[in-house]
Ligand binder design. Structure first.
Ligand code: FAD
Ligand code: DLZ
Ligand code: SF4
Length: 523
């Protein structure tokens, strides 16, 4: 054997740089299931099952192509349960001339790789599954084009030619966001979603996960994720045909019990490599050109992938490891237990945590404006809320989770991700959803036991962070309103907030992060 090709669980792409020049006659692919990757945060059971089943299917595809694959399963009695331990065992078994690996998605794993002390050479190759390489992002940063997502996105449109025509952007403008803020009309039924029945491989993995990680957060079944490239492509087709036309209009909407709406549900597939960002964007663009979907939907969707997804990756790799350590607002509250238990009278929070538990999924506005907004207003310690987001979503990897949580939600990076915090009162949630109709609290009441907690927490957040946030020109409006607020009202806000926050049980790490289903929950 000459070279050992080590493929990680989020590198399941045939065109991966570490597989590109594989020699079937001499090389061997190594894939390993290790408990350390399921436990470095207590991942949702569906996330673990999704990754392991997808890995097993990918290994089968490579074998069917005639490649030599060594696959270490979780229940292998000799498994050391770490990447480093399993690679060392494989190197000892096969004495390769070199180990070839694609750079990982997480800083933690890159450090591991840099510490590998092997008897052979290690060739760490760039991950070229992104539109913008790490080196390109670093170079762009020097020109000022990465200071805001919108500048970066326009540059990426120009570079890729996506949604461009000779005289400028398709549709005559770069961004159709103002059209994409509709709430769902009363009685509107979003399309049913394509789910995939577990096959024999997935069923075996589900049993394994139930046995080993049964105490982790989240429901394991029903499990409906695609775990092969063919099924992921089918999921993409379904999205383009049935959902993309409505994606723009209802991108920011929320509806109780309807947690998918017009969103694509493809982030787990993109992040493990079953789908590539380029093919997804090209498919969406083709739908615009053939008249299957309107420009506001297609531009809005492509912006999420070509813009936000690439931007957060650049922020992560240019900022780490220091990026994770900043705490611009000095937030220090322990994570309220309700994030794990879902037990709260706040209907919006209960619904968003409920879908997270059932599906290892919540859409962007639920993550940003409900669970994220609450963590921001409550001043939760950034590492604690980051651990929660990294654990509970099927699509969560630190390179994409961290800038979204640390930066976009918690403003802990001092504004690198967004020029102001996405803080909002209950009025925003009431406008964009029907949550408030079924809530014990009232979004129109500002203070007192029936007041929506988001209302007083919003002003309390502004009061507590006045020294840091009031000089920000984008915060001028709310601080102007605050400056006119009578002292008595400010006092009421502070008292209500302190009483409410003190009443929230805190999650301690010795507890098991399990949320049990409640009567009336939708499957
Ligand atoms: P759609 O709404 O259909 O969007 C299409 C695609 O755009 C997504 O699949 C995703 O690849 C990309 N995208 C959209 N928004 C973002 C964004 N802000 N950053 C990066 N990519 C984006 N996304 C992850 O993939 N992993 C995470 O761990 C993650 N954590 C998040 C945490 C918070 C607090 C917030 C606010 C957002 C987070 N996101 C994360 C971004 C976004 O919420 C998810 O990508 C999206 O909800 C996935 O569902 P979807 O595929 O239906 O997305
Ligand atoms: C998320 C995950 C899990 C749960 N298990 C494995 C595993 O057993 N083997 C593996 O190769 N990858 C796994 N992963 C994905 C890794 O955590 C991911 O590759 C790294 O975090 C780098 O992004
Ligand atoms: Fe959420 Fe407040 Fe509305 Fe209740 S009233 S659903 S807590 S925004």
């Amino acid at each position: 054997m000459t070279r050992l090709r080590f493929v990680l669980g989020d590198q399941l792409t045939r065109g991966l740089s570490s597989l590109a020049d594989i020699d079937p006659a001499h090389d061997m692919v190594l894939m390993v299931e290790v408990a350390a990757e399921a436990r470095y945060v207590p991942h949702h059971k569906q996330k673990i099952a999704f990754v392991l089943s997808t890995m097993r299917h990918f290994a089968e595809t490579l074998r069917a192509e005639g490649l030599n694959v060594e696959y270490v399963k979780l229940d292998d009695p000799d498994n050391t349960h770490s990447f480093t331990g399993e690679l060392a065992r494989a190197v000892a078994r096969h004495a390769p001339t070199s180990v070839v690996v694609t750079e990982p998605g997480e800083w933690r794993v890159l450090q591991m790789m840099q510490d590998w002390d092997l008897i052979c050479r290690t060739d760490i190759r760039p991950d070229d599954r992104f539109f913008c390489s790490r080196a390109e992002f670093t170079a762009l940063a020097k020109t000022g084009k990465t200071s805001r997502m919108e500048f970066f996105y326009r540059e990426m449109r120009r570079r890729t030619g996506l949604l461009m025509r000779a005289d400028g952007p398709e549709g005559g403008q770069w961004n159709f966001d103002p059209e994409n803020r509709k709430s769902l009309p009363r009685g509107h039924q979003p399309p049913p979603r394509r789910r995939f029945e577990p096959d024999a491989i997935t069923s075996e993995v589900l049993a394994l996960v139930a046995g080993r990680f049964g105490h982790h957060f989240g429901d394991l079944t029903p499990f409906g994720w695609a775990v092969t490239r063919e099924d992921a492509l089918e999921a993409l087709d379904h999205f383009i045909t049935d959902c993309l036309p409505g994606f723009g209009d209802y991108q920011d909407a929320m509806k109780a019990g309807e947690n998918f709406l017009y969103h694509s549900l493809i982030s787990p597939y993109l992040n493990v490599g079953l789908l590539t960002a380029r093919e997804v964007c090209e498919r969406a663009e083709a739908a615009y050109r053939t008249g299957e979907a309107p420009i506001n939907a297609v531009e809005g969707f492509i912006r999420q992938i070509l813009g936000w997804r690439e931007f957060v990756r650049g922020i992560y790799w240019t900022g780490m490891p220091g990026y994770a350590q900043t705490n611009h607002l000095n937030a220090a509250r322990d994570l309220p237990a309700l994030y794990w238990t879902g037990e709260t009278q706040m209907h919006c929070m209960a619904d968003c945590i409920g879908t997270t538990r059932r599906h290892a999924y919540a859409h962007h506005i639920q993550r940003l404006m409900v669970t994220g907004n609450f963590a921001l207003l409550a001043g939760v310690s950034p590492p604690q809320i980051e651990e929660w987001y990294l654990a509970v979503y099927a699509d969560a990897y630190e390179w994409v989770e961290l800038p979204n949580v640390h930066g976009m939600v918690m403003h802990a990076d001092g504004g690198r991700m967004g020029s102001k915090p996405y803080a909002a009162s209950g009025a925003y949630i009431n406008r964009m959803s029907d949550y408030c109709k079924g809530c014990s609290y009232d979004p129109k009441i500002k203070l007192g036991p029936r007041a929506c907690p988001f209302n007083y927490l919003y002003w309390n957040f502004l009061i507590e962070n006045e020294a840091v946030l009031s000089p920000n020109p984008r915060m001028a409006m709310p601080y102007k309103t605050l400056s006119k607020m009578p002292e008595e009202q400010r006092g009421g806000i502070t008292r209500s907030s302190q009483a409410f926050l003190a009443s929230l049980p805190v999650w301690t790490k010795t507890e098991t992060p399990v949320a049990e289903p409640k009567p009336g929950d939708r499957p």
